[in-house]
Design a protein around this ligand. Sequence first.
Ligand SMILES: [Zn+2]
Length: 168
Amino acid sequence: MNTFPSDMTAASMKACRRAGQPPLTAGSLRVLVQIQEMKVGQDENYVAFLDLLASHIWETGDATEILAQVQDIIQAARDPKEPCTVHAWCVETGDHSEHYSKFIEAPTPDHFGHPVLPAGLTDFRGTTVVGLLDLDLTPAAARVRIAELRTHLDNVEALVTAAEASAG
Ligand SMILES: [Zn+2]
């Protein structure tokens, strides 16, 4: 990897881009100059970190994505992935206010490959809701729908029985 030329000014930075390197955006050039300024008086670990950061920006020509990645890493370090303390069914980790269960669906997709009867739990405002049939249902309402679906499946099976009886 080409290292960032750490003793350069803005003008010379731009002038010495390698052929084939993506152009340095104006914003990235500003960030590289700021990084140079930030290094003054810092300990060697921090300077090494800033040099590494600068070399990645130098290589890609664009600071935005690199800085976003650094922010994600810092955020992940500050926010260890603790399991949800509110709901045993929640799959979210760390600090969160919207709770989601794992979503489940019938084992067989339809003819178009779409999931059949996906279902899951959510809690956005302190109330657990059952997501079923594209509806947000109370547990009691969900039980009514499930009973209807069971009856429907019994009726489907009755059709199959009729088909078997008339087969041949
Ligand atoms: Zn949760």
